[in-house]
Design a protein around this ligand. Structure first.
Ligand code: TYD
Ligand code: MG
Length: 456
């Protein structure tokens, strides 16, 4: 952060105690906290009555709730089905969407493709702060896009971007990326927390006042959250993150916040020579079809957002030379694994004190659902005993601390997805047994961990 409070256009405040300081400092002289002094614009906040969010009325801005017209905001399909899915069914007018992810994962590619298709129906302005217009145009040509309706601007000063937007009146504005922007109100360097926050605040205000939909691109920084998209999450309507491995061809986009749709919705893409292609049937890519059953591998049915997904979970249990054996979970929560192993010992009678336990969810998906409990435990057990599980068995279910197997939401839907992908048998919580069963699927139900282990 630059430390030049000279011009009088910015000031420094302590985020911890609110003290105003004449200059930047590592420690607040008032309250003594470290690393909490931040630069802010030195101007009175605009507080005209009724300004800001659309629909506010009266001098005081207070209205009766029933009098507010609950008009449905128009949604524009982006032309990319998987992107529409994570957006909750299309791009909402006047909404601000933050797209985060590692550098090089495909944010610009995805947005350029979306712009080309949105541009056919409404004016689109693509602001590039990282690449030159030539580079963007080259990429569009390489992707074979018809980018007729897309206007391009290479600019990083937010005031000039908004001036251009006022001239152009785009209905969709793309900012690539928010880390390159700066406002003249602040002295600190582009990419600093204060610049990122202030420029984004100006853009959000613009979106709400003019009903422009805005995509903000944000890089996730190595250090984690600082100055990255995280500081913006609360300001925007929708937050999408690219997750998973950068190495492979697949890219997962997850909605972690959405004021206009379901969260945790997962969009699946494949990176090809011609940009990102939708993967219409994602279950297929998360299953590795083994020639013959292998121990420690199991198919589970998880539900990401509103879609059930078949995913392979793999476990490796190995005698540990360490006093503190390792518990490593990739794609799952580490603490949950430790808890499950304790339940396995206490209620299943299988001790893993002297074993390293590694669990991996194939394909780089992150599973946050409790429905993964039972499959994870059974995969661990399968590896420990070196007994393969048949590849046509699908498993889901939550494991309670008392060793009971609890039902999970949307059981029938998960079972149908399993049957659709050629699973012949399913091991599920007793309460998830649908009336009438599922055609082509033999369903085994269990009440407790003991029963599940016996069934295996
Ligand atoms: P990009 O969208 O520039 O990433 P970001 O904006 O998130 O930093 O994606 C760049 C990567 O995608 C780069 O490694 C090359 C690859 N790529 C393809 O494989 N095929 C393509 O058609 C394009 C445009 C990029
Ligand atoms: Mg980019």
């Amino acid at each position: 952060m630059a430390q030049r409070p000279k011009s009088g256009r910015s000031a420094f405040v302590c985020l911890s105690c609110g003290a105003r300081l004449p200059k930047w400092s590592g420690q607040c002289p008032e309250c003594g906290s470290w690393n909490c002094v931040d630069e802010v614009p030195d101007r009175p906040a605009p507080r005209q009555p009724g300004a800001g969010y659309a629909g506010a009325a009266g001098a005081s801005g207070v209205v009766a709730l029933p009098e507010v017209s609950p008009e449905e905001r128009a949604r524009a399909p982006t032309g990319i089905g998987e992107l529409d899915r994570v957006l909750g069914g299309g791009l909402v007018q006047g909404s601000v969407v933050l797209i985060g992810g590692d550098p090089g994962i495909g944010k610009s590619t995805l947005l350029l493709q979306a712009c080309a298709s949105l541009g056919a129906r409404q004016p689109v302005l693509y602001v590039t702060g990282e690449e030159s217009p030539r580079q963007v145009s080259l990429r569009a040509r390489r992707l074979g896009l018809n980018s007729q309706g897309v206007r391009l601007l290479a600019e990083t000063a937010v005031e000039r971007i908004l001036a251009a937007a006022a001239d152009e009146r785009p209905e969709v504005l793309v900012i690539d990326s928010v880390q390159t922007l700066y406002t003249e109100l602040l002295q600190s360097a582009p990419g600093s927390v204060s610049q990122v926050r202030e420029t984004a605040a100006q853009l959000v205000r613009w979106a709400k006042q003019t009903d422009t939909a805005i995509f903000l691109v944000g890089h996730v920084t190595k250090e984690g959250a600082l100055a990255g998209p995280r500081v913006l999450e609360h300001m925007v309507d929708t937050v999408l993150y690219f997750e998973g491995e950068t190495g492979g061809p697949f890219r997962l986009v997850r909605s972690v916040k959405n004021r206009f749709g379901a969260v945790n919705e997962l969009g699946v893409f494949a990176m090809t020579d011609h940009g990102l292609r939708e993967v219409k049937n994602p279950s297929a890519i998360f299953l590795s079809r083994h020639e013959r059953p292998v121990s420690g591998s199991l198919v589970m049915v998880t539900r990401e957002g509103t879609r059930p997904l078949l995913v392979e979970v793999q476990a490796l249990v190995d005698a540990s030379p360490l006093a503190n054996p390792r518990r490593v979970a990739v794609g799952l929560e580490q603490n949950r694994l430790a808890m499950l192993l304790a339940v396995l010992h206490r209620h299943g009678g299988v001790a893993m004190f002297d074993q390293d336990v590694f669990v991996n969810v194939v394909g780089g998906v992150r599973v946050s659902e409790t429905a993964a409990d039972l499959p994870v435990l059974l995969a661990v057990l399968s590896s420990y005993r070196d007994r393969p599980v048949e590849g046509d068995l699908a498993v889901f279910g939550e494991v309670g601390l008392a060793g009971e197997i609890r039902p999970v939401p949307n059981g029938a839907e998960r079972l149908r997805e399993a049957a659709k992908h050629g699973m012949r048998r399913a091991l599920v919580p007793a309460k998830n047994l649908p009336k009438g069963g599922i055609e082509g699927l033999e369903i085994l139900t269990v009440h407790s961990l003991r029963e599940a282990i016996d069934a295996l």
